[in-house]
Design a protein. Sequence first.
Length: 360
Amino acid sequence: MECKYKRIAVKIGSNVLTRKDGTLDVTRMSALVDQVAELHRAGVEIVLVSSGAVASGRSEVKPLRKLDSVDSRQLFSAVGQAKLINRYYELFREHGITVGQVLTTKESFSTRRHYLNQRNCMQVMLDNDVIPIVNENDTISVTELMFTDNDELSGLIAAMMDVQALVILSNIDGIYNGAPSQPGVTVIREVEQGKDLSDYISTEKSGFGRGGMLTKSSIARKVADEGITVFIANGKKDNILVDLISNPEETVCTKFVPSENGVSSIKKWIAHSDGFSKGKIVVNHKAADKLRGDKAVSLLPVGVTDIIGDFEKDDIVTIVNPDDEKIGVGRVSMSSADAKAVMGIHGKPYLVHYDYLYLE
């Protein structure tokens, strides 16, 4: 098999692995494992981001009382995660492939040290021919600390592991140029850099998943901006994964064209870190225009008009203009107290260096 990608991340959504009654679709899971195994034998390194723990546990446990959404998620995922990884282990073992489990939380990405620890763990696995199977640790993730869904997690993993392509498998063929139920509507086959999709995307969430197409498209765009090709495709179609990787032009999907200008690994981390922001830096219009200009510039205190929140040196902060519109995120070089002391003053050291700044 000819394949131009040496390393890919594959996200398998809840709606791909779940039957209509909410239980795990083992037949579909087995078919996808067969495809991953085929790509693995062809020399492609694969990181699997898999939903399905809650669906896997739902059929095993009958709660003794009515549970709220967090309790049921924790209970079903605690039981289901063991069942899910065991199922993957057995299915891959039939192909002579070893897999390993990586459970993570949003907090685990919030510091550079934790981020690098996770990357090292998965790199060691890949170096030893082990396929990492990644999922959010729903048993300890509480609502406000959860990823939007596994789409967000897969974007972080793709950037972290320097993959060349991210495949997001859902239960539809891609992003349509209208409501899929309407006559004459087709899949948008390619999304160029800067193309606005807001008119086409439904904000509805999908079946058993937490996220919808809006989440998928925003994650896909961010990952593509980092130089990674992104495919959104239908995971319920036979041989979809092999077809996508070996012959994407002939396979129905939505492809996000990657930027030709890749970004550094630390900028990739910062690009996905807005959920970990500890505060805000408000800049005047002049500073906002400079940051968005053609030249690479750092954020200097002279253009800052307000510091909001309590943060320490090296924390992630959000940068906004006077209208509270987000400009970007960055790793700050001083605490909020020190930043307040120098804001608006000429000749002071930068607040956020360009190398640690990601602009929207």
